[in-house]
Design a protein around this ligand. Structure first.
Ligand SMILES: Nc1nc2c(ncn2[C@@H]2O[C@H](COP(=O)(O)OP(=O)(O)OP(=O)(O)O)[C@@H](O)[C@H]2O)c(=O)[nH]1
Length: 403
């Protein structure tokens, strides 16, 4: 080959390399943008593009939203799965609000809707004489706040005893007693941390379950934002294929913070298949957390059981499910408790997300739900805003109720 041709080839190669490096640099958003690992983390890592023809279908590269050359299509027995942004360049991803102190920031909102409980109790307990009628009223107030019968009786018994022993009507002392007793019921010793760290060389897998309308999709979007704010790489799997709009909604939440979504554009696609492909993509792309949305049609318990059981079984061919979050709407009271019971019979729930706590004076549901399932409330939804979700903290919650 003549020398001048060789020089041209070298110059062209150098320019291509420079443009490539420049583009990669410009596209860098967070610590490790999802799907754009320039090298594998471990020596035995699979290549970023998996080979077609696996039993469950094949996955093309699921690039970070906006990365050049993004190929969306995932075929699965004729099902087309796509990533959320269809290769659109979107450098304007939002920065979610920091997570620390969220409960405090949102405390006012929580207190506004729930302070009837705290104020009512304090007023009753500060009376000069607490007779049986007053104790009955206290009991009723607690029951109306959805605390549940057993915890209510427990709290009233303990307060009765302490009021007798300490014999004080001093509002400060009464407030302190009430807070201590409520805190004991909410149980500050429960482990409320989310399983959101990579481990054993694979992502943490979270399944999110709950009936439609409780705020499940919104919650996944908000949790993804919490994780992004904590500098985690997240991938969403839209395995709620019952309603196509739900997948779209989820993908939009993800796209806002640069998180990719594996979804199917076909109504009624096999949810287990979508979940499998999402986990597979999450493993290949070495993300920290894969969050899987699921449908929850309670009118048919057997169907629900089959569907959730299948999703879990299929996903666990690739990786164990680390967290099953049950989303419940705090405003639904006893109905929420019934849902919790059904879901916990179907899957092993590891944490509860209580939504719409901003819209109810029935904050006591936190205690009732935890008692019924023996599982901690890990997150609470406190509004419709994208960052209105806070890690649940027993002390912060009780302070918000009583102060
Ligand atoms: N006030 C308030 N509204 C909330 C909260 N969480 C969710 N919502 C609202 O609840 C409504 C339902 O939320 P979705 O996320 O669509 O509910 P879903 O359970 O996913 O329903 P499907 O997508 O049909 O499965 C939306 O209008 C949300 O904005 C919250 O913590 N507080």
């Amino acid at each position: 080959m003549p020398m001048d041709q060789l020089i041209i080839i070298i110059v062209v190669a150098a320019v291509v390399l420079l443009v490539g490096v420049g583009a990669a640099f410009l596209l860098r958003g967070r610590k490790t943008p999802p799907g754009t690992y320039t090298s594998t983390r471990d020596s035995d890592d699979p290549p970023l593009i998996s080979k077609p023809g696996s039993a469950q279908g094949s996955v093309d590269t699921l690039e970070r939203p906006g990365a050049p050359g993004s190929t969306d299509t995932i075929t699965d027995d004729g099902t087309e799965l796509v990533d959320d942004l269809g290769g659109k360049v979107d450098l304007d991803v939002e920065r979610p609000a920091p997570v620390l102190g969220r409960l405090a920031r949102l405390r006012e909102r929580l207190a506004r809707s729930n302070n009837a409980l705290g104020k009512g109790l304090l007023a009753l307990l500060s009376q000069d004489k607490i007779d049986d009628d007053v104790w009955d009223e206290i009991e009723e107030t607690l029951l109306l706040a959805d605390l549940g019968t057993e915890p209510t009786l427990e709290l009233v018994d303990n307060l009765k005893r302490r009021v007798k022993v300490e014999g004080s009507r001093d509002p400060e002392q009464v407030r302190r007693m009430l807070k201590e007793e409520l805190l004991a019921l909410v149980d500050p010793t429960m482990d409320r941390s989310l399983a959101d760290d990579r481990h054993d060389g694979r992502p943490s897998i979270m399944m999110v379950v709950g009936v439609n309308g409780v705020g499940k999709t919104t919650t996944i979007g908000k949790v993804a934002r919490v994780l992004v704010a904590e500098d985690k790489d997240v991938l969403l799997g839209a395995a709620d294929t019952f309603r196509a709009a739900a997948a779209e909604q989820l993908a939009t939440w993800g796209a806002r913070v640069g998180v990719p979504t594996v979804k199917s554009d076909i109504d009624g696609a096999d949810p287990a298949s979508v979940a499998y492909e999402a986990v597979k993509a999450g493993i290949d792309q070495e993300v920290d957390v894969v969050m899987i949305d699921t449908a929850g049609r309670l009118q048919n318990k057997v169907g629900l059981m089959d569907e959730l059981g299948k999703i879990k079984r299929v996903v666990e061919k690739l990786a164990e499910v680390d967290e099953v979050l049950l989303v419940l709407d705090a405003t639904t009271g006893q109905n929420g408790l019934n849902q919790a019971k059904v879901f916990s019979e179907v899957v092993k729930v590891t944490g509860i997300v209580l939504t719409k706590l901003d819209g109810t004076a029935k904050g006591g549901i936190v205690v009732a739900i935890q008692r019924q399932l023996g599982v901690p409330v890990k997150l609470v939804g406190l509004g419709e805003g994208p960052d209105d979700l806070a890690p649940f903290d027993a002390q912060g919650f009780v302070d918000a109720l009583i102060d």
